[in-house]
Design a protein around this ligand. Structure first.
Ligand code: ATP
Length: 323
């Protein structure tokens, strides 16, 4: 590879900047020319490439969001859109793409490679941790800490007023943020899409908590939970326990922002380096990830299709420690 382009796509995640920095500086180290693409696949279609060198990525390792901006590109989902993207890559002489994003981004990259032969390699950047092939995705650790801090603050008011709080955290269809932030913040119950919870289990937990003398409680609910919407859960609980003072808090997009944690910066640095080295070794249509602290490459198709399993021990621990 002689000329590569890096972009961020899909939902932004803290640590994406650290990954861009690592890609640009590793490329520079190995004398590979590097371009940044503006706004993900949209930038490929519009031909918005920016030449990047080591100084273009100064002072960004600590910044949330992505300096290259991100986008969801409908046009790239069409053959015509991808044709335009290919023409632009050809014009610039780009022979490989480093794609930082989630499963949608990797799906697009796979199709693009199969149609036009441009080499693609991925770096998992999403707070949801819903990608197979890396123990953690970039942004997940920061989001976890943000959620934990927010739940800690809610706990202060919950305890002061003997309230029950239902707190919704992000994660789309995955319960990793809910399970881990819930354990870390001492939640009474954690409701995630991966387990077949029913409302009676939740009520049983409340009864146990009452018997144990708990006067306030926090229930963490993953946004993708199938049991019901968080307001519905709160309403059903109120019907069952009319004396409860119940509140709902939805943490929302604060979980996507902020300065990346140390773990996310280091992960992003390792994967940014790994992606460039992977390309130099001839790896294509794979995602760089860390498993058991080792750099590994997983074919896009597997990364998209499979999911990391929820840790059964954590589920059990969360129940035992709650009361
Ligand atoms: P996140 O997990 O944060 O949502 P993501 O990468 O999954 O990130 P998506 O919006 O699903 O986010 O995908 C990013 C972009 O990838 C899309 O906007 C689109 O341009 C491209 N993409 C997704 N699916 C396809 C597809 N089937 N064909 C071509 N391009 C696609």
């Amino acid at each position: 590879v002689k000329k590569i382009a890096v972009f961020t796509s899909g939902g932004d995640a803290p640590g994406m900047n650290a990954a861009i920095r690592a890609v640009v500086r590793t490329a520079n180290h190995f004398n590979i020319e590097c371009f940044g693409v503006w706004e993900g696949y949209n930038g490929l279609i519009k031909g918005e490439f920016i030449k990047m060198g080591p100084r273009s990525v100064k002072n960004i390792i600590n910044r949330g969001g992505t300096i290259l901006k991100s986008a969801r590109s409908l046009e790239f989902k069409t053959k015509e859109g991808r044709q335009k993207a290919y023409e632009n890559c050809k014009k610039e002489g780009i022979d490989a793409l480093v794609c930082i994003g989630g499963d949608g981004t990797f799906t697009g990259a796979t199709i693009f490679n199969e149609e036009f032969g441009i080499k693609t390699i991925g770096i998992p950047g999403t707070i949801d941790n819903d990608i197979f092939g890396s123990d953690n995705t970039i942004g997940y650790d920061t989001a976890l800490n943000t959620a934990m801090d927010a739940i800690d603050k809610i706990r202060d008011t919950a305890t002061s007023h003997n309230r029950v709080f239902f707190v919704e955290v992000m994660g789309r269809d995955a319960g990793f943020i809910a399970l881990n932030s819930g354990i870390a913040a001492g939640a009474l119950d954690i409701i995630i899409p991966e387990t077949r919870d029913n409302i009676d289990d939740l009520f049983e937990t409340f009864v146990k908590a009452q018997k144990a003398g708990k006067s306030s409680s926090i229930v963490v609910v993953a946004e993708g939970e199938k049991l019901g919407n968080i307001y519905g859960l709160a309403e059903l609980t109120k019907k069952q326990f009319p004396h409860y003072d119940i509140r709902v808090a939805i943490l929302g997009h604060i979980q996507r922002g902020g300065s990346p944690s140390c773990a996310d910066r280091v992960l992003a640095s390792r994967l940014g380096y790994g992606a460039v080295v992977g390309l130099m070794e001839g790896r294509v249509n794979v995602m760089a990830g860390l498993q058991a602290n080792k750099l590994v490459f997983t074919p896009f198709r597997e990364a998209i299709k499979k999911h990391n399993n929820i840790n059964e021990d954590l589920l059990r621990i969360s129940e035992i420690l709650a009361i």
